[in-house]
Design a protein around this ligand. Structure first.
Ligand code: FAD
Length: 465
């Protein structure tokens, strides 16, 4: 009797515990379900759908090379899986664990919908540790990052990554499946994703290419990670989000065999662990994306997006036309490639929340739709961190000065790349052309002066602190 593999955000064959378990037990039916119903308003955004299309195509090809195939279906995951299990007489559904609240719901619906003959078996492997596993001495989950990191580090290194099974046996007959192209995950008119294809190769092979490239420069990460003009970060986030590579694999590859190497790449591993931390936060607070965690911050007098001038500010931010070159470069990189450098994400999000006093949830929504790595845990945790509304930070008053940040982290080349109106400006003028009197007419004036925006944010905060 066959086993089903239920793929979600774990679109790989190597170091994939559900694949290994299913393949070792007999014939296998690999299934991916495009489920826009279960996550409700959290269904995947446009950029993620682009990635998903290519990632599924790549996974299907890998399975075919093993004599298997990927069955595609769309609709309610629990219902569809229960039906496939009934039709095919499957005895187990193997899946990797995920922590988005909608997946936890889907799992419990599925358990209720399955006949007695079939069971859902959940495996770990998308994170260095399962969410909820790292606890304080008194058994409570951590809320703050640094003690979480220290406790998790003690449990490392993770298990060695497992290879792809030699064989994945086909069942006697295959259930029906959809054609990937019929899902229309790719944009048509206008095709906003041409820059995506130039920058990314979704799938396991693409993940390996980025990891290989990063290993050579990993020792420069500590200093290089803040420099958007340089290519000194790993660009693995969408691959990790879609589970095309396991974090265990990355940990082992980056640290190598030499225990002394750990120190030189510790900063990188610490960032990788932010991803685990974010899952722990949404596991403890499933509604993290819905409202500010800190109750008093829910009363912060955000500007109302129904007002036309606020709408215009939001539009200027999202289109990269704020008159702040570093913010505009970041927002245009995001639109063109589906990704933005972390330092610039911090600057651009701070600008929206503080200088424009627009609710962090609006920015989070924009990122959700436009990032190829849009991730419920990482996105909401980072937005709430920046807004000072979250579990771990109450630093609303830490207002980043975009122009100072731009200079400090040498963003000149980055700006010249993404803001063509400023291509002829040299450092240091490029960071603030308006102030230096060299703003080209084609480039917008600042939508708000730094001091004015800063003061308005502080006044708003004074009302709730
Ligand atoms: P590297 O610097 O090479 O880091 C390696 C890996 O560690 C990343 O691939 C990522 O998986 C993880 N990581 C690094 N920093 C963080 C972090 N702060 N939080 C969580 N994980 C981290 N990351 C997402 O994956 N999805 C998101 O939706 C997301 N939204 C963000 C929103 C805001 C406002 C901010 C400030 C950050 C957000 N991040 C998000 C975190 C971070 O910006 C990206 O993970 C990182 O830029 C990805 O590039 P990289 O793979 O080169 O990262």
């Amino acid at each position: 009797k066959p086993n089903i593999i239920w793929f979600r955000r774990d679109l790989r064959l190597s170091d994939q515990a559900a694949v290994i378990a299913a393949a070792s037990e007999g014939p296998v039916i690999p299934v991916y379900i495009l489920d826009d119903e279960t996550p409700k308003h959290r269904k995947m955004g446009g950029a993620s759908r682009w990635w998903l299309h290519h990632s599924l195509a790549s996974l299907a090809q890998r399975l075919e090379e093993k004599g298997s195939r990927l069955i595609l279906r769309s609709g309610d995951s629990a219902e569809i899986l229960a039906n496939i299990a009934r039709q095919t007489g499957a005895i187990k559904i193997h899946a990797l664990r995920h922590y988005e609240p909608w997946w936890l719901n889907a799992e419990s619906h599925l358990q209720g919908a399955l006949d007695d003959e079939c069971e859902l078996v959940l495996h770990d492997g998308n994170y260095l540790q399962p969410a909820g596993a790292i606890t304080t001495g008194s058994g409570d989950p951590y809320k703050i990052y640094t003690p979480f990191w220290k406790a998790l580090r003690e449990t490392m290194p993770p298990p060695e990554p497992q290879p792809v099974p030699q064989q994945i046996n086909a069942p006697n007959s295959w259930p029906d499946g959809d054609d990937l192209n019929d899902w229309e995950l790719l944009p048509t008119k206008p095709n906003w994703a041409t820059g995506f294809a130039e920058n990314w190769k979704p799938g396991e092979d693409g993940a390996r290419v980025n990891l290989d490239a990063f290993v050579d420069i990993a020792k420069q990460y500590d200093e290089g990670r803040n420099l958007p003009s340089e290519q000194l970060v790993s660009r693995l986030s969408p691959h990790l989000h879609f589970g095309e590579i396991s974090p265990n694999h990355i940990w082992h590859r980056v640290t190598g065999k030499d225990p002394a190497a750990f120190k030189s790449v510790e900063t990188y591993l610490k960032e990788l662990v932010w991803r685990d931390y974010a899952q722990n936060v949404i596991y403890q607070c499933p509604q993290y994306g819905g409202e500010s965690y800190r109750e008093k911050m829910r009363d912060l007098p955000w500007r109302d997006l129904n007002d036309t001038d606020v709408q215009a500010d939001f539009e200027a931010w999202s289109q990269g036309k704020t008159g702040y070159p570093i913010v505009d470069a970041g927002m245009r990189e995001l639109w063109a490639t589906g990704w933005m450098h972390n330092r610039v994400r911090m600057i651009a999000s701070s600008f929206l929340i503080k200088h424009l006093l627009i609710d962090w949830r609006e920015g989070e929504k924009w990122f959700w739709d436009t990032l190829v790595d849009a991730d419920y845990g990482s996105n909401t945790v980072n937005w709430q961190w920046g807004a000072g509304t979250g579990v771990d930070s109450n630093m609303f008053v830490r207002i980043m000065a975009p122009l100072t940040q731009s200079e400090k982290f040498n963003a000149g080349d980055y700006i010249r790349k993404w803001v063509p109106e400023l291509v002829n400006l040299d450092d240091p003028y490029i960071h603030d052309p308006e102030e230096h009197g060299c703003r080209p007419n084609s480039y917008p004036t600042k939508i708000i002066a730094h001091k004015k925006g800063r003061q308005r944010a502080l006044d708003a905060y004074a009302k709730v602190k």
